[in-house]
Design a protein around this ligand. Structure first.
Ligand SMILES: Cc1cc2nc3c(=O)[nH]c(=O)nc-3n(C[C@H](O)[C@H](O)[C@H](O)COP(=O)(O)O)c2cc1C
Length: 212
């Protein structure tokens, strides 16, 4: 796959088929991931596909989601759940994942040594790109470590007091929807040159992939 296609179309895919991801595909994804930029050997990845473990993690994910939105999903999100726009679609997709977390075929959980996760995110993103190349959809999530890191570490048997910090959880599975280009503010609205307000020198009104 063309690298630009992967970069533009690796977006959050939260509606997934139940089909398992074969080990050889998982191996390619993880091996690509560990070739990302690194601060040393101090990282560890846990793949979770055991239904029993997923069913222990799912209520935590859902509770984290409810804490984030400030109440039960239906009450807190109200009209947003029905909105016919980008935000509405993202919220519905997020709610779908919160309701179906136990059915996600594969979780990739990254652990590092730095409190903020800077050492592990390049690898997680590489895993997501490799997954895209394999036709596997993924979503980077922070919910579990934001609200329930200690509980998740207990469930997964992470050694205590050994300095491991749980960072991102990437959900993975074959998508039931279509790949597309994620909506983003254009480059010239989020970037500058030489100083905070410096003129960038170019504008990009439309995504440059696919080439027109
Ligand atoms: C650090 C980080 C944590 C995130 N945590 C979550 C999460 O817990 N749950 C979720 O549904 N999306 C989460 N997201 C957002 C999605 O991964 C995704 O990037 C966003 O919805 C944009 O989707 P798109 O690429 O399809 O436009 C997180 C993103 C980042 C960068």
């Amino acid at each position: 796959m063309d690298i630009y296609e992967a970069l533009y179309t690796t977006r959050a895919m939260r509606r997934l088929k139940p089909d398992p991801i074969p080990y050889e595909v998982q191996a390619r994804i993880l091996d690509a991931a560990i070739h990302a930029p690194t601060i040393g050997e101090e990282w560890r990845f846990i793949l979770v596909d055991d239904p029993e473990i997923r069913s222990q993690l799912a209520p935590l994910y859902r509770e984290g989601f409810e804490r984030l939105v400030g109440g039960s999903i239906g009450d807190a999100l109200g009209d947003l759940l029905k909105a016919d726009n980008q935000m509405g679609r993202m919220v519905r997709s997020g709610v779908h994942l919160a309701h179906h977390f136990a059915e996600v075929p594969l979780l990739l959980i990254g652990f590092g040594r730095t409190p903020e996760g800077s050492g592990i995110y390049p690898a997680l993103w590489s895993a997501m790109l490799a997954a895209r190349a394999e036709g596997v959809g993924s979503t980077l999530t922070g919910m579990l470590q934001s609200f329930f890191a200690a509980e998740v570490c207990d469930i997964l048997g992470v050694p205590k007091d050994a300095g491991w910090v749980m960072h991102g959880v990437v959900t993975m599975g074959y998508p039931s929807g279509r790949w597309g280009v994620g909506a983003r503010k254009p480059v010239h609205e989020v970037a500058a040159r030489n100083s905070w307000q410096g003129n960038l020198g170019f504008t990009v009104p439309e995504p440059l992939w696919p080439e027109k």
